[in-house]
Ligand binder design. Structure first.
Ligand code: AMP
Ligand code: GLY
Length: 420
């Protein structure tokens, strides 16, 4: 099978690594890819948000299966274009990807499905939004409706902060994403991520994870895209996962199908868990980054079979082979991230690292320059390991981190602390 993966981050490196373990894969191309991906697959420059360009490329390369990594091509409808041209695709339609692209849409689906989530109001002007905040008081959560690269959420601990967030969002701080605003009840509890494959009719849980959003040790400092993750998430016990499936995921998927927009791909459910009860924080229409790295480390080559089964509407007859193992990934980021960061610093020590089914360093933002690996992004490396226990995986991952020589970067030294 000839496979094309769209994207070029650590998530796509992990997807590529898993797909390559599967003997079904004859040829793998990742577009645009990065310097780490280039070591295991072909990389191609391609505008992945341009459906016609992706179709042309996939036809020329005789591609049989296309896996879409990031949200931007999904929101742009690239999966619809590809399906329209007859390709087998892993990734939801533009209409179904609204579950990530619009927070108000997700709330509407939860209402219709009776899925537990925070109480909310949906606003198109600042005055009504502010009246709602004054009426409900703080803490309260203000969200730009659209895609804002994870930055459109303000968890306001007091009323003044919430009112200011409303002014910022309607004032254009997040561009079009903030033209509509959702204001939510603040939920207490512990957060965890639940990953479910969906084929439009059936669903299949493929793992749980927890990430670390704050930049600093002890969960301090500004929010980031994620500084590390581990799987499984102990807080998402089998019983709670089963309950989340029954009360949240299945009713929402049924509602999507009822509306004529069945969801097919991976559904990433962000859950808040309190007293054994899960509530939905948000959906994403893709794998988490860096959560995907730990999931792929645990699933290995079967990930390809699972994604293909979802695309072919065969999940009812598909099973996951679980190993009783643990994985952890430590993000190494460029100094300054998540603010302005330096680009081009040289990373050394990567050649000596183990690369096997227990140890992998996934590249998130790297390029090859004059024979050296240099940093090109904020999050740059995802140092990932697997073990029989989280402690063993943790030890392996940090041994690799210590062997990497990169003065231009930093990492959190406490990934997994909550579970360890
Ligand atoms: P989201 O982009 O919707 O996942 O929001 C980003 C982060 O804000 C979440 O991961 C939570 O930590 C926090 N958050 C979002 N909504 C709520 C809520 N209703 N109550 C408490 N925290 C929330
Ligand atoms: N790590 C969070 C996300 O991918 O949205």
């Amino acid at each position: 099978m000839n496979i094309l993966i769209l994207g070029g981050g650590g998530r796509e490196h992990a997807l590529a690594w898993a797909v390559m373990q599967n003997p079904k894969c004859d040829k793998l191309i990742v577009a645009p890819g990065n310097a780490g991906i280039a070591k295991i697959a072909d990389c191609a420059a391609l505008d992945i948000e341009d459906g016609a360009a992706v179709i042309g490329f996939a036809e020329a390369e005789a591609i049989d299966f296309i896996i879409i990594g990031p949200e931007a091509p999904l929101a742009a409808g690239v999966s619809d274009d590809l399906r329209g041209a007859g390709f087998l695709v892993f990734g939801p339609s533009q209409a179904a990807a609204q579950l990530e692209a619009s927070k108000a849409f997700t709330k509407e689906i939860c209402d219709a499905a009776g899925a537990p989530t925070a109480g909310y109001g949906h606003f198109t002007d600042a005055e009504t939004a502010k009246a709602y905040i004054r009426e409900n008081g703080a803490p309260i959560v203000v969200k730009a409706d659209g895609l804002a690269a994870g930055k459109g959420v303000v968890v306001a601990m007091n009323e003044a902060e919430a009112l200011e967030a409303v002014d910022d969002m309607f004032g254009g701080a997040f561009g079009g994403a903030g033209a509509e605003v959702v204001i939510e009840e603040f939920m207490e509890g512990e957060e965890a991520s639940f990953f479910i494959l969906c084929d439009g009719t059936d669903v299949l849980a493929i793992g749980t994870a927890q990430d670390h959003k704050r930049v600093g040790n002890g969960d301090t400092g500004p929010n980031t895209g994620g500084m590390g993750a581990y799987s499984p998430a102990p807080v998402l016990s089998d019983a709670i996962a089963e309950r989340a499936m029954r009360e949240i995921v299945k009713p929402c998927m049924a509602e999507m199908a009822r509306r004529g927009t069945p969801y097919q791909g991976v559904l990433y459910a962000g859950l808040m868990i309190k007293d054994g009860a899960p509530r939905l924080v948000e959906y994403n229409a893709r794998f988490g980054d860096p959560e995907c790295q730990v999931l792929m480390m645990r699933l290995g080559g079967q990930a390809l079979d699972l994604m293909q089964a979802a695309a072919q509407e065969r999940l009812a007859e598909t099973q996951v082979n679980w190993a009783d193992d643990h994985a952890i990934t430590v993000v190494m980021a460029a100094n300054g991230y998540p603010g302005a960061y330096e680009k081009g610093s040289v990373i050394e020590g990567l050649e000596g690292l183990l690369e096997d089914s227990f140890n992998m360093t996934f590249h998130a933002g790297t390029a090859l320059s004059d024979g050296a690996i240099v940093a090109t992004g904020g999050r740059v490396l995802n140092v990932t390991a697997r073990g029989a226990s989280l402690a063993e995986a943790h030890k392996r991952a940090y041994e690799m981190v210590d062997a990497i020589d990169w003065p231009g970067g930093f990492f959190r030294s406490d990934i997994g602390w909550r579970a360890l």
